[in-house]
Design a protein. Structure first.
Ligand code: SF4
Length: 316
């Protein structure tokens, strides 16, 4: 597939060469399971809500092709985001298939869609690869969490996290990062809740800043080629998600391979129909969320966050 893009893709508004990433090895493959969600959070960076179909449900048939290709390319991990993945009626079959090959990570709000299917989830602990859940707990204050997610949902998510951990699954959390906050203090404030849930107090906490809604156009600095080499080292550039991961997205009945988990609202980032083609495509840093990666050293990948010690973003 030849993608036709205008000069905007290559040049900044001032005509300077845009910064870019040339992908290397496919380490992690993400699937967007669809933007339908049982909740309607005002800050959702995917704009997800009940019945939303901006991004459609992927099916097992859709996913199988990419899982098989990714395994051939040497992928080390599969990750799934939404929407709420457990709202997708095909999701558990997809997970069951993917777990035959590599460890999997699922981003979930840990409420009814997952709770109601627990009997189908528990047997996945017997699969040959590990299954980890990243649960959204926005603030270490149940009232603040419930203001956006609905009354009682902090406790529900916490209970589900404890139950998953007791069944042998790995758990971590994702939270909102507020401007000017003291990261360490906020992280520590979760400890009493983790103790109550019976999970280790040092589980991974992924933080994400304001990323703005899909199709928004916030005014952020543009990243030029010279910014990338002047301000970042080679290893920092290698840490960009678009270097080592891709995401499968379904729209209008067709799947495409997007550059990363953060840019599914701009068709320029649909890099092709196969992973092999997509991995050969240079990714220009034109999207406003690219600035977050540049400024915060962001990554959705837990493995990468741990290795680099940098702040991480999430995508659901
Ligand atoms: S948002 Fe980040 S990971 Fe995605 S294409 Fe831009 S720089 Fe790369």
């Amino acid at each position: 597939m030849t993608m036709i893009r205008d000069n905007n893709w290559l040049l900044s508004s001032k005509g300077e060469k845009r910064g870019y990433i040339q992908p290397q090895l496919l380490h992690e493959l993400w699937f967007h399971t669809g933007t339908s969600c049982n909740l309607r959070c005002p800050f959702c960076l995917e704009g997800s809500k009940p019945g939303d179909n901006r991004l459609e449900f992927i099916t097992l048939e859709d996913a199988r092709t990419f899982i098989d290709e990714a395994v051939e390319l040497g992928v080390e991990k599969f990750s799934f985001t939404g929407g709420e993945p457990f709202v997708n009626p095909h999701f558990i079959s997809i997970l069951d298939y993917a777990l035959n090959f590599k460890p999997c990570l699922v981003l979930t709000n840990a409420t009814e869609p997952l709770i109601n299917q627990f009997a189908r989830v528990i047997p996945l602990s017997d699969k040959p690869n590990a299954l980890n859940f990243r649960i959204s707990l926005d603030h270490p204050d149940p009232h603040k969490h419930d203001e956006s997610r609905g009354k009682g949902n902090f406790q529900k998510a916490l209970d589900t996290m404890g139950r998953l951990y007791r069944e042998g699954f790995g758990v971590s959390i994702a939270r909102l990062m507020l401007a000017g906050e003291d990261n360490v203090t906020v992280d520590k404030a979760y400890a009493p809740y983790f103790r109550t849930a019976g999970v280790p107090v040092d589980i991974t906490i992924i933080k994400f800043p304001e990323l703005h809604k899909p199709d928004s156009r916030p005014d952020v600095p543009e990243i030029t080629e010279s910014c990338m080499t002047t301000y970042l080292s080679t290893s920092q550039r290698d840490g960009f998600m678009c270097n080592y991961s891709k995401m499968i997205v379904k729209q209008k009945g067709k799947c495409g391979v997007y550059a990363c988990t953060l840019v599914d609202d701009d068709g320029s980032y649909n890099l092709g129909r196969t992973l092999t083609v997509a991995m050969s495509e240079r990714v220009m840093l034109k999207h406003h969320r690219c600035y977050s990666c540049f400024a915060y050293g962001a990554s959705c990948s837990e493995g990468n966050c741990k290795e680099s010690g940098e702040e991480g973003l999430i995508s659901a």
